[in-house]
Design a protein around this ligand. Structure first.
Ligand code: KG4
Ligand code: ZN
Length: 352
């Protein structure tokens, strides 16, 4: 079964074709990063206008790479929330039109469920194993930061979430403080390579057992930067300070994320640990979780999964097609008759 996935919830226009939920035939992403760099973040109207320009060329490219034409698609899956309303509308309208014209099932997908399902996409020709439930999932993106016990397809137990900023948001804001480029995550990771993660003592917010908080850390970073601002206004922050501050900040975020994830996996006897969302591209986070698994699970180590293809960690349509496939498989009759989809910027994950 070939599913066309469409994703336009924020600043990437993406269309992908995924076969049987796991085989990636194409995953085309038109990124708006260069446009939003000038403003240091996403301006919703600018993003929406760009989606309008890109959606048809990106769709055509995804079909071309997959080597199929539109009539060979078996269903259309689309992100309908959460995200920027004006951006969501472009993808949802494109998907509704295609499904109606082609007379194919139309499957609405929650953006974060897409991120979670990205770990089902086969990453190499050798990989054949099927993820096992229950899995402990850490979702870390620009807008989401949750610990979820994934009991089976469509069944989630929400253990905790951020009480203020998501980890990705903290990376983006702190990068700005350090005069690093948007998006902040990759810039901080790069700067941190030359820095000392123990140089500055930064707070770790343990708050409740499974919840997160990054606002205190952000304030600590603001103070640190203010202390190191050169007296002469035209001068810039020192390169070594930026590297040490970036490394210390990255360590503080990743330590809390990794320790809580491991503790939850232990408590709920998870067979697997999945990292999902844009921040799961962070190599220090991956490394920390891996070393904690080795240290804390002498027997029956949970399998660690994250997307080695970094394009599958950040926003992309392949993950939407995959989530759509599993939703469709569970109750095909629900999606066969064409129904209008309402985009919802604050959509919650529903059980199915
Ligand atoms: O999942 P995503 O593409 O979009 C949302 O759904 O929000 O995540 C984007 C976030 C941004 O905040 C970006 O800075 C962060 O993911 N990110 C990273 C890395 N790559 C992307 N954060 C830390 N380290 C990275 N290597
Ligand atoms: Zn995302």
């Amino acid at each position: 079964m070939k599913i066309l996935g469409i994703e336009t919830s924020c600043d990437e226009t993406s269309c992908a074709i995924v076969k049987d939920g796991r085989i990636l035939m194409s995953n085309v992403i038109a990124s708006q990063i260069d446009i939003h760099r000038a403003t240091g973040g996403v301006v919703p109207e600018v993003a929406a206008r760009e989606h309008v320009v890109k959606i048809v060329p990106v769709l055509n490219e995804s079909l071309k790479i997959a080597g199929i034409n539109l009539s060979e698609i078996d269903a259309v899956a689309v992100t309908y929330g959460p995200g920027l309303l004006s951006s969501l509308l472009i993808g949802v309208n494109a998907a509704m039109t295609l499904a109606k014209v082609l007379k194919k099932p139309l499957i609405p997908v929650h953006h974060i469920e897409g991120h979670i399902y990205a770990n089902w996409i086969l990453q190499s020709a050798k990989e054949i194993d099927v993820p096992k439930f229950p899995a402990l999932v850490l979702t870390v993106s620009g807008g989401h930061n949750e610990l979820i016990l994934w009991e089976e397809h469509g069944r989630y137990k929400f253990l905790g979430a951020t009480l203020d900023d998501a980890a990705g948001e903290a990376f983006d804001k702190v990068a700005r403080l350090l005069s690093l480029q948007y998006p902040g995550g990759p810039s901080i990771q790069r700067a941190a390579l030359k820095g000392d993660p123990n140089k500055y003592k930064l707070p770790r917010a343990w708050v409740t057992k499974w919840d997160f908080s990054f606002s205190g850390l952000k304030t600590a970073m603001l103070r640190l930067v203010q202390e190191h601002l050169p007296k002469i206004k035209s001068k810039k922050l020192k390169e070594q300070f930026i590297a040490d501050a970036a490394a210390s900040f990255q360590e503080a975020v990743c330590e809390v994320l990794a320790i809580k994830t491991i503790n939850a996996a232990k408590k709920y006897k998870a067979k697997e640990i999945h990292l999902a969302g844009g921040v799961s591209a962070n190599s220090r986070l991956r490394e920390l979780v891996r070393s904690l698994i080795n240290e804390q699970f002498p027997h029956n180590k949970p399998t660690l999964r994250y997307c080695t293809d970094l394009k599958l960690c950040t926003d992309n349509a392949a993950m939407i097609a995959t989530a759509g496939y599993f939703k469709y498989k569970k109750s095909p009759s629900k999606y066969k008759k064409w129904k209008s989809i309402t985009s919802d910027p604050n959509l919650k994950i529903l059980q199915w």
